[in-house]
Design a protein around this ligand. Structure first.
Ligand SMILES: [Zn+2]
Ligand SMILES: [Zn+2]
Length: 657
């Protein structure tokens, strides 16, 4: 929904008696003139009284603004900067308001900007042609009712009839399956090689989520269901990682109890349609009364990434491997398959592309005569190791190089995967392993080294060492993974922009050798990484910009790099530099210390303008080997300097455990 202040303000932009014009936008914020990204001063030929020139009054007080946030106004909610409210800003108070707004109307896409104290928030106003395919304004009261199901059925029909990659069925059958009886009132557990009933009972004896899953199976016209808790028998050994991979990737469809945390809470939920349904709104495009329809979502109601299942490593694995998955969320049903990402609000697709479909396959529709055929090979392009996921950056921006595309999909996956919580610390590597194994043949086909060690591809070493922990992480015992792998710590990791593969880079070290052995459970039992390059000494100092912010506890400044042999300066932070540009991010709070060993890995020229050197920080062990404790980066003054900085130093061979 949209609050009255936003609604009346937007509708009145052409009429000064309706929306109060408090000043000219360009006069208000001097900063706008400095930052060209935000500088949207209208060209001089635009009529002097055009709304684009002005700032309009918005909420009169903080209380009024917070009331709109509490009511769920889309614009007010989104402009609420980190939830940190500042009482009032002098310049705005002088004009008589807590917040102000502006509109941009000179490009193809109108924009509303909301000014609250210290922040400016820009939100594109999404035009809407009124078609239900583009935006569904008819959300029903339950995710379990017939109206909601009709959308799921339409996604399923499109997927089965046109997505070759989703329909590469095999003959694989899990050791045990649950079978629904013909009338749908009871179930039984059957081993793959027998049709006789082993055990079972009335559906009413099952937890609600399982009964709901059977209801979905029945609606799909199917009879069999695999539920880990019921189909992995207690007196048999636990399923291997490979078995689970087989079961998930050969399934017809995954059913996610995405919004619930307990089997007893069920798949389906009731909802208030008016809170979820997007607001459609007539927006005046000009003074003559021409309007366009806009749509507004209440984004916090559709935050798929916050759903309980989405945040777990096991849930992530199910999403990656099942060819298609129906997510029953806390307020919406969503759909993920190789060819489409949809939810009830965006039934035609959450992403870009014709009709919203990602169109990743780039293939002609494949029509199969019989619905849901299992066991018949269908001609289709080979299925990638995993399907695209909602809220994971799509890989549909190919770099034009198949090898880079495969690896960049991996680097897009890792930051999302590492955000997931683990039921057991050992899951960190195990749940990603199936995706990695599926990726191997694709790498091999491109002539890459397909060696996969402790969560890292040998092909990407040593560059891939330069990841960092987002915020403060915890280090895990060394048996899980060697210190040089991201899997050695818990919590999200990420890579710097400069390592994305689209900028000019030059390696500053050499991979001599890497080995890693894992046991049957996928845990690393021995590993070594040997690099040849330049070893330096550095001193870290507390981050001067955020001394008391817990998020920055592990992010420190670096004053300079020293030659460990002579103690002479190799590079020193220029006085003019922003200190954060010479920084080190320790992996965990326990890793933070003043004196550190620094090992340069790579230098990159960002946007062909800004040179940056990246490396890893190390702690020396008594044995002479090293442990990784963080990553660092510095900005030399030129590209030449960044490549030549360490030339005068002797080469060192170091081993990282
Ligand atoms: Zn509002
Ligand atoms: Zn599909």
């Amino acid at each position: 929904m949209l609050c009255n202040i936003c609604r009346e303000g937007l509708q009145g932009i052409w009429d000064p008696s309706k929306a109060r014009r408090v000043c000219r936008e360009i006069e208000f914020d001097e900063k706008l003139k400095e930052d060209e990204r935000f500088h949207q001063a209208p060209p001089s030929h635009v009529d002097d009284q055009h709304p684009t020139h002005f700032l309009f009054g918005h909420h009169p007080t903080l209380e009024s603004y917070l009331q709109s946030v509490a009511d769920g106004c889309v614009m007010c909610c989104q402009s609420r900067h980190n939830g940190m409210e500042i009482d009032q800003e002098a310049a705005m108070a002088e004009l008589g308001f807590y917040s102000l707004f502006a509109v941009g109307l000179l490009s193809a896409y109108p924009v509303m900007s909301i000014y609250t104290p210290n922040t400016r928030f820009n939100q594109p106003l999404k035009m809407f042609d009124g078609s239900p395919h583009d935006c569904n304004l008819g959300i029903s009261p339950s995710t379990g009712d017939a109206k909601a199901w009709s959308l799921v059925q339409s996604w399923m029909d499109t997927c089965v009839q046109t997505h070759g990659r989703c329909n590469q069925a095999t003959d694989f059958i899990p050791s045990y399956l649950l079978e629904l009886d013909d009338l749908g009132g009871s179930f039984c557990l059957i081993p793959a090689d027998q049709l006789s009933t082993q055990s079972g009972g009335p559906l009413s004896t099952l937890p609600l989520a399982y009964r709901d899953a059977f209801a979905v199976v029945k609606r799909l016209g199917l009879r069999h269901l695999w539920i880990d808790h019921l189909c992995i028998l207690q007196d048999e050994p636990p399923l291997s990682n490979n078995k689970i991979q087989d079961i998930l990737s050969n399934s017809f469809c995954g059913i996610g109890a995405t919004g619930s945390t307990l089997p007893s809470s069920g798949l389906f939920t009731k909802r208030e349609p008016h809170l979820i349904t997007p607001t459609a709104f007539e927006f005046p495009l000009d003074a003559k009364g021409n309007t366009t329809l806009l749509k507004f979502h209440r984004p916090e109601m559709v935050h798929f990434k916050d759903e309980p299942l989405i945040q777990t490593a096991k849930g992530f694995r199910e999403r990656l491997l099942t060819p298609r998955m129906i997510h029953f969320g806390t307020s919406l049903i969503s759909w993920e398959c190789h060819g489409a990402l949809c939810n009830e609000i965006n039934p035609g697709g959450i992403l870009h592309g014709p009709g919203g479909y990602t169109n990743i396959e780039g293939e002609k529709p494949i029509v199969i005569s019989e619905k849901y055929v299992v066991g018949k090979p269908i001609r289709a392009p080979p299925r990638p190791a995993w399907k695209p996921l909602i809220h994971t950056r799509p890989f549909s921006y190919p770099l034009g190089n198949p090898k880079k595309d495969i690896l960049s999909r991996w680097f897009q996956l890792l930051p999302e995967y590492t955000k997931c919580t683990l039921a057991d610390p050992e899951e960190r590597l195990v749940c990603l392993e199936s995706a990695a194994m599926g990726m191997k043949p694709h790498l091999k086909e491109q002539g890459c080294d397909d060696t996969y060690l402790a969560g890292m591809w040998k092909e990407t070493l040593p560059t891939a060492l330069v990841c960092y922990a987002c915020g403060s992480a915890n280090r895990r015992p060394r048996y899980r993974a060697p210190s040089w792998s991201w899997a050695a710590i818990d919590g999200p990791i990420n890579y710097e922009e400069g390592l994305s593969g689209s900028f000019t880079t030059q390696s500053l070290c050499e991979l001599v050798d890497v080995t890693s052995r894992t046991n049957e459970a996928g845990l690393v039992i021995a590993s070594n990484l040997t690099l040849k390059g330049k070893l330096l000494i550095g001193k870290s100092s507390p981050n001067p910009n955020y001394p008391d912010e817990p998020y920055y506890e592990t992010e420190m400044g670096i004053d300079g790099l020293l030659d460990p042999g002579t103690g002479a300066d190799v590079a020193r932070v220029p006085d003019s530099h922003d200190r954060l540009q010479w920084s080190i991010r320790f992996d965990t709070k326990q890793d933070v210390k003043e004196d550190i060993h620094l090992f340069p890995i790579i230098t990159a020229l960002i946007r062909e303008k800004w040179p940056q050197v990246y490396g890893i920080a190390l702690t020396k062990l008594d044995s002479g080997a090293y442990l990784r404790c963080g990553m660092w980066s510095i900005c030399p003054s030129s590209w030449e300097e960044s490549r030549g900085l360490f030339c005068g130093l002797p080469d060192s061979k170091i081993t990282i455990e």
